[in-house]
Design a protein around this ligand. Structure first.
Ligand code: SAH
Length: 348
């Protein structure tokens, strides 16, 4: 079998490997400790492993982490990076300094095929899925950066380029790896997956038995409008999507976040707010209003601030909890996919 990137090994798969090799289970905690706490990047540095074991591991696994291609620092502390992977493909990740911690927005695919009308990521079609190792690599890259000031990534949102539920297994492995108590030990409640609404994925995710969060990109209160923004609305109606969301809440007992992009004169009226309130009535959820990040290639405009407040107040009044997403990186290429699209453009 071809060698595997060590950063893509979940605790379960590493433990299976150890069993197959008739090695003791405690090697798992030792290896994870070296990888994620002591941050070594070769087996020869894992000095508490026997020489034989190190040689054995060397044959089966290798170390590969993404390399910095472009990095942008915003005045507000946001750091955006374009990272180069083993095969030369490039992905974006962005770190946002919230008051509660450092949240990293991670990409799940190279490009995206969901085709949302307002999104810069979809300008470039999907080339391939990211492996779990490549998602872990995005976290480790930023941890290394933050390490210099004694900080680390505290929250992860899988909200970068790509549709995570179109790459379900790798995304789940990624979450299991960074959640593992032997390694980075990032709390499940600090980890969020955002989907455009792939229903099979939502149902599966509900049953994983983890405390990971789920966000659904809704962006419209009815099918007609949603179809104008998101091709996925042709595949699944809002009725089906909300049913899946109800099932998720019932099975997982977790609250869902609905993301709702505020686009001027399109979905930001009080009528839309009322329609949204009707749609979400009785569902354990909250709505996160996203100020639209204008993308030059797209015809949409952002909602004026007072309209966003009005929309939020209406939802709150109707009993739907609603917040406005804090904006980051206004002075850099903040919108998902912008940096990569620009890099590709320049490379032509
Ligand atoms: N495919 C997943 C995750 C990637 S998109 C999803 O659809 O949820 C992450 C979030 O960024 C989504 O809510 C998406 O709708 C939003 N987004 C895309 N383009 C945007 C833009 N120009 N301005 C603000 N948010 C945007």
């Amino acid at each position: 079998m071809a060698a595997r990137n060590i950063y893509g090994l979940t605790p379960e798969s590493l433990s299976t490997f150890l069993k197959e090799q008739q090695l003791p289970a405690f090697r798992l905690t030792q290896i994870y400790d070296w990888l994620y706490r002591k941050n070594v990047t070769s087996f020869s540095e894992m000095t508490n492993l026997s020489k034989d074991l190190r040689e054995q591991l060397e044959k089966e696994f290798y170390f590969a982490l993404p390399k910095e291609s472009v990095i942008q620092h915003s005045k507000d502390g946001t750091i955006k990076a374009l990272l180069e992977l083993e095969d030369g493909a490039k992905v974006e990740a962005a770190l946002m300094p919230y008051d509660y911690g450092n949240a990293l927005c991670v990409s799940s695919e190279v490009g995206c095929n969901m085709g949302c009308a307002f999104c810069a990521s979809g300008l470039l079609k999907r080339e391939r899925d990211l492996t779990a190792a490549e998602m872990v690599g995005q976290v480790l890259f930023f941890n290394q950066l933050l390490n210099e000031r004694g900080e680390h990534v505290t929250h992860v949102v899988v909200m970068g380029t790509g549709e995570p539920f179109a790459n379900y297994d790798n995304v789940l492995d990624f979450l299991k790896i960074i959640n593992s108590e032997y390694g980075l030990a990032m709390g499940a409640r600090h980890l969020t997956v955002s989907t455009c609404g792939l229903i099979d994925g939502i149902k599966r995710y509900a049953r994983e038995g983890f405390q990971f969060n789920l966000a659904i990109s809704l962006h419209a209160p009815n099918d007609e409008l949603r179809k104008r923004l998101m091709p996925i609305a042709y595949r699944y109606s809002l009725k089906e999507l909300i049913e899946a969301a109800r099932e998720y809440v019932e099975v997982s007992h977790r609250r869902i976040t609905f993301e709702y992009l505020m686009i001027k004169d399109l979905n930001d009226s009080l009528e839309s707010a009322d329609e949204l309130a009707d749609l979400l009535k009785g569902l354990l959820c909250y709505v996160n209003l996203i100020p639209f990040n204008p993308v030059s290639e797209k015809p949409f405009e952002r909602s004026p601030r007072n309209r966003v407040f009005r929309f939020r107040d209406r939802l709150n009044m109707r009993g739907i909890k609603c917040t406005i997403r804090k904006e980051f990186g206004q002075d850099i290429d903040a919108a998902c996919g912008q940096l990569r699209a620009k890099d590709k453009e320049q490379g032509k």
